[in-house]
Ligand binder design. Sequence first.
Ligand code: SAM
Length: 265
Amino acid sequence: MASEAPHRPRKRFGQNFLHDKFVIEQIVEAFNPDPDLAIVEIGPGKGALTIPLLHKFGTINVVEIDTDLAQLLDDNCRTTGDLRLHVADALKFDYSQIQPAPLQIIGNLPYNISTPLMFHLLSQFSNIKFMVLMLQKEVVDRICASNNEKDYGRLSVMVQAQCQVEKLFSVPPGAFNPIPKVTSAVVKLTPNKTLNSGIEDSLMFEQIVRQAFSQRRKTLRNALRDLVDISCLETLSISPASRPENLSVKDYIDIANYIYFQQNQ
Ligand code: SAM
């Protein structure tokens, strides 16, 4: 078990520590990594997940920004297993230094950086086998929403263009200490190389998706007026009168690729 050495949770690092044994077991169970590939935990904190993972798999890489917690964890895990500690900012960390890849990533992420961190990880996604992440439930709902659902938006399209997404379960605030104001949920993201490699120009794709959802109440014709002409939508059998939330991820990829080929023919 993690040491009970006094540590005052630091709000700026989003420190809400898991203490519910059932939830911890549920997450470790859901992780199910290949033991021959590297396991990386982001934000191990006091070791609520790290220690059972070390018991189960022997070697874990962890990336922790808080030097005090890193020291505490190192002391606690000395006899538990092979803890490979990287005292670093997970937002800037170069995950390619950890081997053997592709990596299997787990983390109860600090809510204040969860979305940029997920995109930082996805920018290295050819190096990642899968990620099991605890995030704010509201963010997980947005990541996993399908078109025509109320939570569907830019985050759904950008993540689903790169990953298969699977919401695993919700976690109530009482599972953490200190108790957060929001409900959490665990999501599994598995990079989908086939879908992503269909995007010819990722900057163009990003621009189309951002522009569409910045004007989500407009029709597609109006929302994308500066970027896409009607003939593009007609060729792709997408109704110009539809709204941004009606289009599938594949529709957005098709629009971005159409423009790319038009510009590069
Ligand atoms: N895994 C532990 C648990 O479940 O109890 C702690 C989770 S707590 C929500 C988030 C952890 O991420 C803390 O240990 C915090 O110090 C760490 N953290 C916050 N920002 C970070 C960053 N930019 N890079 C690496 N770790 C960070």
